[in-house]
Design a protein around this ligand. Structure first.
Ligand code: BGC
Length: 757
């Protein structure tokens, strides 16, 4: 069914976009002699190079300066910085309510760049769209194909809404479990995070859009995000945060990368020669362009020479200092502070990205969107991703229950989503409008997918009641009188602030009261990331839903009732207490923005489960943990040294009574991990998810990326594997690895630079 629920104003706006886009299309397709960039048989490199050769300096300068939604702020900017013509062009062409806009060069068929956030779907206050589960939830699927499918869906919606550039591809590691944006990222492990973010980017770019890997790099806390200086050694960085980005880059080939707000080792990330020039462009061979996070630019020549290609989001964040504004860049070029080749390079990188991804040749076409089938994609993602943390005495799936008491979490209306620039305006509207904060980083949005309604549909003959949970005694009474209670708890997180691990608003007390009234209680957790669960030992069943997307209610109900067998695995560790964290206090937490704080990541690459292993801590729930309604057996673990790495084959068998999906997890570690210079005893080396019917076995093979067996050596810029015995461990969670085999590895070393990519 095609859902055409758009406002008249919006349709008018789309018509304008369609007309401009069509004009560009005509220009881009009409081949003229002397215009080799229109020849689609030539490489993107050649076409971009020729285009730059045909551009004036002013035209190049247009491409490297992007604007935020052109509201009153732009009008206040002095004309000496942004010309009245440029302001008028932005006002006339930018998509209202969108994240950003970069003017093109119509004379050469160079399209305007229409930018939309973010990894969960199109974000525009005026454009209703489909919300995927949060990226952290999707990472729990342990299946990059799930991210790819989600990316293809949101990419198609974005193009049909007139956009050609997605600010999607959050890849920061969940180093700080309270980071308010962890839900936009893909977990704590570099391999998993890189594979899952890479899948999303690949999916988006398969639709002919640019996707943006972000926030580069080590932007692992939101408190004081624009002023925090992060200290971390190059070795630790390359083995943790940067490895996640490197893998995502290889998997997804994003055409743009967004540098972050913070400083890394004393240099702003958007003018950081090490990150942008040395690592990204030289070592990884990145050919696309680096755009700044919104307004994250502090200089003109420094930023340009240290690798920034595009200032984006002007004016932003109460700052009208547009260091890449054409007049400033022009002056720096004239005085020789920026060499002329550098402006050509910036423009060429942007043009290469536009051509390589198809944006130049295939402008987006505004079109109706099939929201029903897009919601199906989101539902499948949620059904692959929800994690069953506990299920004592097989309380779940619910079978033959006569009465159910649903309590709390606005479960009568919808499911929670995260706040800030990634918050999708959902098709069907906010299910619980008016909650505080209503303004940035709010509004708090509940996606209109009621778990209560979905449960009623799945259990038509059961009596199902709802209590909001505000009155604890009433909630306990309703739990007491039902066969089973299901209590929903929520934690809203968002951009620009970090959370607490404790659930807010007395929800722990509510869970305890419900558990006391009815021990047959299931707890469903909708959270941005990890939370403490002081009631966990008393709760027989816990389902971790994160932010489960526009069909989250249906996915929850189908899992609780056994229509779908849960197969998500935790992409992050859940700490047992705050005392287990590497950094008990987040510098600048809860204080007004702008404090010049500092954090030293002295845990190095020992992030998440590596930290717990290294310290000997037992988390509440370990990385990789997740239950199923059936059981699986792993066998025939056979690792072998093969072409410079370890190839691991093994067999997974469904040893239980129902169909389900197994996730085989392979971890690796040297016998003497300290002697080998590792940050921790083991690392995730590979994983494989397989659907298995009862009794069925499947053999799989995973190849361990050699970087996961190595340490990074800053002197010489090399990866090196120490000769010795390595353990290969197989199981179903980082703390459940019953099979172990050994492999001997010879010493190996290779350059960390692979510019041929
Ligand atoms: C966020 C980015 C986002 C940009 C545009 C910034 O505040 O950090 O992730 O893409 O805004 O909305």
């Amino acid at each position: 069914m095609i859902d055409l629920m758009r406002t008249r104003t919006h349709q008018r706006r789309l018509a304008v976009v369609a007309c401009c886009v069509a004009l560009f299309g005509v220009q881009a397709n009409a081949q003229q002699p002397g215009q080799p960039w229109l020849d689609r048989s030539l490489s993107a490199e050649l076409r971009a190079h020729d285009l730059v050769g045909a551009m004036t300096t002013d035209e190049k300068l247009r491409l490297v300066f992007g604007y935020a939604d052109p509201g009153e702020e732009l009008a206040k900017v002095p004309d000496s910085l942004v010309s009245p013509e440029a302001k008028a062009y932005v006002r006339a062409h930018a998509i209202k309510g969108a994240a950003g806009f970069v003017p093109g060069v119509p004379r050469l068929g160079i399209p305007d760049q229409f930018q939309t956030d973010a990894s969960m779907g199109v974000r525009d206050a005026q454009i209703p769209s489909t919300a995927l589960p949060s990226s952290l939830a999707t990472a729990a699927s342990f299946d990059p194909e799930v991210s790819r499918a989600g990316g293809a869906m949101i990419g198609t919606e974005a193009r049909a809404s007139g956009f050609n550039e997605f600010l999607a591809g959050g890849t920061n590691l969940a180093r700080e479990p309270r980071n308010g944006r962890n839900f936009e990222y893909t977990g704590e492990d570099p391999l998993l995070a890189g594979m899952m973010a890479g899948g999303l980017i690949r999916g988006i770019q398969s639709t002919g859009m640019i996707s943006t890997m972000k926030h580069f790099a080590v932007n692992d806390q939101e408190s004081q995000r624009t002023t925090v200086d992060v200290t971390i050694s190059p070795e630790a960085m390359r083995q943790s945060d940067l490895l996640a980005f490197e893998i995502a880059y290889e998997q997804g080939r994003p055409a743009s990368v967004m540098c972050s707000y913070n400083l890394v080792n004393g240099r702003w990330a958007c003018e950081n020669d090490y990150l942008l020039n040395k690592v990204l462009k030289q070592d990884w061979g990145f050919k696309g362009f680096v755009m700044s996070d919104w307004g994250a630019v502090h200089s003109t020549a420094d930023a340009a020479n240290n690798g920034l290609d595009q200032f984006t989001g002007f004016p932003c964040c109460n700052s009208t200092a547009g260091q890449f504004a054409p007049p400033l860049l022009k002056a720096a070029l004239r005085s020789g502070q920026i060499p002329a080749w550098r402006l050509d390079d910036m423009a060429e990188r942007i043009l290469w990205s536009l051509i390589e991804t198809g944006v130049y040749d295939h402008p987006p076409k505004v079109a109706p969107i099939d929201f029903k089938s897009d919601a199906d994609v989101a539902q499948r993602a949620a059904e692959e991703s929800l994690v069953l943390l506990k299920n004592d005495r097989n309380l779940l799936p619910l079978k033959g229950v006569r009465s159910v008491a649903v309590i709390g979490g606005h479960a009568d209306a919808g499911v929670l989503s995260g706040g800030g620039s990634s918050a999708v305006t959902p098709v069907g509207g906010n299910a619980v409008p008016g909650l505080q904060p209503v303004s940035w980083p709010g509004p708090i949005i509940y996606l209109p997918s009621s778990p209560l309604a979905a449960l009623k549909a799945e259990l038509p003959s059961a009596r199902i009641s709802y209590a909001s949970g505000e009155d604890k005694a009433a909630a306990a009474r309703s739990a007491h009188s039902a066969d089973v209670a299901i209590v929903f708890v929520t934690q809203w997180l968002g951009e620009g602030f970090d959370g607490n691990l404790e659930l807010p608003s007395g929800q722990d007390a509510l869970v305890s009261a419900v558990l006391k009234a009815n021990p047959r209680t299931v707890v469903v957790v909708e959270s941005g990331g990890a939370v403490l669960m002081p009631w966990a030992s008393r709760a027989p069943a816990i389902l971790q839903a994160f932010y489960p997307g526009i069909r989250g209610g249906q996915a929850i109900a189908r899992i609780l009732t056994g229509k779908v067998n849960p197969s998500g695995r935790l992409p992050i560790s859940f700490p047992a207490s705050k005392a287990q964290l590497a950094h008990p206090v987040i510098p600048g937490f809860g204080k007004p923005d702008g404090l010049p704080v500092h954090i030293e990541y002295d845990e190095g690459a020992a992030v998440g489960y590596k930290w717990y292993d290294m310290k000997g801590y037992k988390p509440l729930f370990a990385f990789g943990h997740g239950l199923s309604y059936t059981s699986f057996r792993m066998s025939r673990l056979e690792p072998r040294f093969d072409r410079g790495s370890i190839t691991v084959s093994f067999t997974m068998t469904n040893s239980g009574g129902s169909a389900g999906k197994a996730v085989g997890q392979v971890y690796v570690g040297p016998d003497d991990w300290r002697g080998a210079g590792w940050e921790a005893p083991k690392r995730l080396g590979g994983f494989a998810k397989q659907a298995l019917s009862p009794g069925e076995s499947k053999s799989v093979e995973v190849v361990v990326d050699p970087r996961l067996l190595a340490t990074y050596q800053a002197a010489g810029n090399r990866w090196a594997i120490k000769a010795g015995e390595y353990r290969v461990m197989l199981g179903q969670a980082s703390d459940d690895l019953p099979l172990v085999a050994k492999v001997s590895l010879p010493a190996m070393s290779w350059s960390a630079a692979h510019p041929s990519h």
